[in-house]
Structure formats: C-alpha cells, structure tokens
Design a binder for this molecule. Structure first.
Ligand code: ATP
Length: 137
C-alpha cells in the first residue's frame, strides 16, 4: 500500500476548513496513519521546501508555511500519491478542476490550502520529516 504526505496548510486551518478537508480525505478512501497540529518554525518550513530554495517565491512560501498552525498527515491507500494529487487539483486554484480541494478552498497560487507529495519515494521521505517511525501507525 502506498503512502503520501499531505499538509492542510495554514490558510485552510485559519479559515476553518481543516475538518471539511479531513472529511474529504476519509471519503476518498485514505487511511490516516499519522496526523498532528503544528506551527512550523521558519527553519522547518525552509527544510521541507529546500528543493524550491532557488525559486523567487521561496521566501513568501516558507513565511506563509510558518505563519500559523498546519496539519501534516501521512495518508495511505492504493495509488495514494496520484489519487491525492487528483483530489487536491492544480497548484494554482484558477487552474484547478471543479470538485478539487484547491478549487474549493485555495485562495491563491501561494496560499493553496493543501500539499501533496509528488512521488511515492518523496511521500515516505516527507512523512519522516514530520513524524518519527513510532508516530506512524
Ligand atoms: P505542493 O508541493 O505544495 O503540493 P505543488 O507540487 O502543486 O504544491 P510546486 O510547484 O511544488 O506545487 O510548488 C510548491 C508550493 O509553492 C505550492 O504549493 C505553492 O504553495 C507555492 N508556489 C508555487 N508557485 C508559486 C508562485 N508562483 N507564487 C507563490 N507561491 C508559489
């Protein structure tokens, strides 16, 4: 069974959408293997998004990710990575398909409600970034 790392980002938590997004996660057949509410430090946000360090939006992105509580989750189901990316929709909510989480809840390309890993390998790696093995059930 495949795992992916989802994050309900600070905008969605702040706007009161975390419960609805969790409902959607369960309705899509994902099992939650780990979950917590945490406010990232700037350094933790920069570490998580290190791959984007050279991008012009890196400062904006990491400040946003450290701006308030977020909810990282390890999700498991068959084809977890591609299924979750379909459910969340395109990075920019203006391009996101009807019925996707970003279409429904994202406010901008930067503040786009949720994260999803882009490969099974990164799903495992990103899960470990937030949770020790003992906290993934
Ligand atoms: P994520 O990795 O969060 O699931 P993604 O894979 O859809 O998103 P990436 O291109 O990996 O998109 O960008 C990572 C994150 O950086 C985006 O989710 C978004 O929050 C932010 N981002 C991307 N492009 C921009 C931009 N042009 N301006 C501001 N923020 C951006």
């Amino acid at each position: 069974m495949e795992r992916t790392l989802a994050i309900i980002k600070p905008d969605a938590v702040q706007n009161g959408h975390a419960g609805k997004i969790l409902d959607r996660i369960l309705a899509e057949g994902f099992a939650v293997r780990a979950m917590k509410l945490v406010t990232l430090t700037q350094a933790q946000a920069e570490g998580f998004y290190a791959v984007h360090a050279e991008r012009p939006f890196f400062g904006e992105l990491t400040e946003f990710m450290a701006s308030g509580p977020c909810v990282p989750l390890v999700l498991e189901r068959e084809d977890a990575v591609s299924t979750w990316r379909e459910v969340i929709g395109a990075t920019n909510p203006a391009d996101a398909a009807e019925g996707t989480i970003r279409k429904q809840f994202a406010t901008s390309v930067g503040e786009n409600a949720v994260h999803g890993s882009d490969s099974a390998e990164n799903g495992v790696k990103e899960g470990r970034y937030f949770f020790p093995e003992s906290e993934i059930v």
